[in-house]
Ligand binder design. Sequence first.
Ligand SMILES: [Zn+2]
Length: 304
Amino acid sequence: MMAACSKGKISNFKVQEQLFNSLCRSVLLYAVVMWGCKKMEEIISFQFYFLRKLFYLQNEVSRWKILLETNARPIENSFLNVLSKFLNRLRSKRKDSLIFGCYEMLIKYQSKMNPKRSWTCMVNKVLEEWKVPILNLNLSHIATACQIKKIVASHRLQAINHLVETMCSRQNDVYSKLKAKIGSEKYLNSNLNFSAKKLIFQIRINLNYVTHAGKSCKLNGSRSGNYSICDIFNLQDNEDVYHVMYKCPHYSGGRFLFHRDIYRKTVNRDNYLLSIDWSNEKILSNIYKFWSYAMKVRNFLSTY
Ligand SMILES: [Zn+2]
């Protein structure tokens, strides 16, 4: 699936997310109520592993940015959905049914364990953390299907609010200023090819590398020595995305070809990301073409 997505055969993020949900998440969440509460962190990491790999983001990119940019459904929210449905189903099942047998096993098994590691304790621990009504063993307080929908929706809202809070508390981060509205960014579901989307994602999130058509170009800070500072014409400028896009004379040809509309504005390193119209597919496509030019120039330069 990853291969199909990254080769650009599937370039719409919504479709990629649906594929992830039906091919990967469904496997991961199979029988998850038995073990999931103990392994919450692993389950969550799995989703970020997928998203990082898809957009070629390294570990330093924080989770809140990835979730805000993509508006992906947090996997713990899907887990909560599965768990509450499991508990709800128990109510209507006969005591001798298989599913009830499973539940009884889980409860029985815990008497042999450290009470703090028991199944109910783990379930209640995560539910409490998510501010969801906790479970009692005779199942009398379990929500109905309709209530479950509400609980799951409000949990998801909580998760989004938490992201927004994180964003507000990081006012100095350019991304916080960039993200005007909550929801997935338009370009992710546009007709741009997936390589271009990856590159736009990386630039928006303000990384010091970009990937272009499967090749990665590491800029300032990721290489030592001569690469980190561009000394052409005694500029002594840090080589970062801004430098390549706006400053370095090496790439002026590319700027002239693809970038004229964004160079009409005077910008600086701190505000250039804010000056780009990210909803304009034409501009984004030109940024991608510019980088294609820039990478070629860069390759050529590095052979000296
Ligand atoms: Zn330069």
